[in-house]
Write a protein that binds this ligand. Structure first.
Ligand SMILES: Cc1cc2nc3c(=O)[nH]c(=O)nc-3n(C[C@H](O)[C@H](O)[C@H](O)COP(=O)(O)OP(=O)(O)OC[C@H]3O[C@@H](n4cnc5c(N)ncnc54)[C@H](O)[C@@H]3O)c2cc1C
Length: 426
């Protein structure tokens, strides 16, 4: 057996797994399909979430919306670096790139009524950081500790054997099989390894494929704080998703369209920038770079038990949508600790499964019940969104949470809208 561990996929989950395994003395190889694994082409908001985006403890819809990885994390700032602490699993990662604090999340209607997702300006809610620098740091540590890294190579499939696992890979020189005692599938949302192991059969596809387009722009002019993250709902332009805006570095903002169905993300985003209420923001704006994500089969329910024989599934490969960067690295670390236990004759895999089920909000079946009603833009017109947001303008909470709690008020003011909401939220 040549390797203790083969890791397929060099995103945050796979790199953390390779680094942890190599530092702990395992013979590990990482397989990545990209040439330069630190370059990211996919859209990613690149926020390190420091606390949950929950409006209030009893706001069920707020809780459901964005709580991916729910174990606590903290950030220490030094003059030359940041340290991301993961007290649950018990590790820290140093990061030496640029960062910008985000204090505020604002939900906005077409006519700019706003709801504050949490109390404004009381805490840093997230830190924008540079994922490429973060990945480069993990890669350098993994290689320093002795991990072998094979780029421009695709993990095609994995097969369990009585003594370990065979991973088929395809590179420039053709196909070969790697023999190992264990493997980790960290090849992201449309994982080939998960598919080859038959683990998608029991998963339900919940949505049409999502498309995301980011424009990073200079010269965007709004009268809102640059340190706020904006989430704008305009059903007439985008019935499948929303528009986002975040600060990247001083002066650079990312303007984002998240959409689906047959709509082109470019058309959706360009139309947003021409909308009469938002066009003035972009009058003097200049495009700096684009990033996009699309394809796949849509959001699938998570894998309940992400271990198959000697293969452990980590990060987005096992998740409905996003484990987040921080959730993926926590998975990579925990998966290696599970593998090490198993290699020492202990029961590491049941512990990993138990941790996975508790560490991510989307593993709670209740999450899906609430998340299902999270689509006001599929139910309402622009005017109706404006009406609903105007009822709660300036308050701290989550639009859907307010709607759920104030159905009687809406019934009195707009009985026809009430009927639509009841029907649409079912
Ligand atoms: C629009 C959008 C915004 C987001 N915003 C944030 C955010 O603000 N903060 C945050 O923390 N997270 C965010 N995320 C989520 C975050 O990007 C992911 O959760 C995280 O990157 C998952 O890490 P991973 O290692 O599991 O998978 P990935 O990052 O997907 O890495 C998988 C790796 O495997 C490689 N690969 C794929 N298939 C193969 C194969 N067959 N063989 C070999 N290699 C393969 C890929 O090239 C890639 O390098 C966002 C995601 C999207 C789509």
């Amino acid at each position: 057996m040549k390797y203790d561990l083969v890791v397929v996929g060099g995103g945050p989950g796979g790199l953390m797994a390779a680094k942890t395994a190599a530092e702990d003395g395992l013979k590990v190889i990482l397989i990545e399909r990209k040439k330069d694994l630190t370059k990211i082409h996919r859209a990613c908001a690149q926020l390190f979430y420091t606390h949950k985006i929950t409006a209030s403890p009893d706001d069920e819809a707020g809780k459901a919306h964005a709580d991916g990885y729910i174990e606590p994390v903290s950030i220490e700032l030094f003059s030359d670096k940041c340290r991301f602490n993961f007290p649950g699993p018990g590790f820290s990662i140093d990061y030496e790139g640029s960062y910008t604090p985000v204090y505020h999340w604002i939900d906005m209607s077409p006519s700019k009524h706003i709801i504050h997702r949490h109390k404004p300006y009381n805490k840093v809610w997230a830190l924008y950081y540079d994922k490429e620098v973060f990945l480069a740091g993990l890669l350098a540590s993994a290689q320093k500790a002795g991990a072998e890294v094979l780029t421009e190579t695709i993990g095609v499939g994995a097969e369990n054997t009585p003594s370990g696992v065979r991973v088929r890979v395809r590179g420039k020189s053709g196909e070969q099989t790697l023999e190992a005692r264990t493997a980790i599938a960290a090849d992201g949302k449309e994982s080939d390894i998960v598919e080859s192991l038959g683990l998608n059969k029991d998963r339900t596809v919940m949505t049409s494929p999502l498309k995301v387009l980011h424009y990073e722009m200079e010269g965007v002019e709004t009268n809102l704080s640059p340190f706020a993250y904006l989430w704008i709902t305009i059903p007439s332009l985008n019935p499948y998703g929303n528009f986002g805006m975040s600060l990247r570095r001083m002066g650079i903002r990312a303007v984002t369209a998240v959409t689906g169905g047959t709509l082109s993300a470019t058309t959706v985003l360009e139309n947003f920038m021409k909308h009469p209420n938002f066009a003035p923001w972009f009058r003097n704006a200049r495009l700096v770079r684009k990033r996009a994500t699309s394809g796949g089969v849509g959001l699938r329910t998570p894998i309940r038990e992400p271990v198959s024989g000697n293969v452990v599934i980590v990060g987005d490969a096992a998740a409905p949508v996003e484990t987040w960067i921080q959730g993926a690295v926590a998975c990579g670390y925990q998966a290696v600790k599970a593998v090490e236990k198993e290699l020492n004759g202990q029961k590491g895999y049941p512990e990993y499964i138990d941790w996975w089920q508790k560490a991510f909000a989307f593993n709670d079946p209740h999450y899906w019940k609430i998340a299902g009603v999270f689509s006001l833009n599929r139910i309402c017109t622009d005017e109706e969104i404006d009406y609903l947001y105007s009822l709660f303008h300036g308050r701290v909470g989550c639009a859907m949470g307010f709607v759920n709690k104030n159905l009687e008020l809406i019934k009195k003011g707009r009985p026809e809208l009430y009927q639509k909401l009841i029907k649409g939220m079912r």
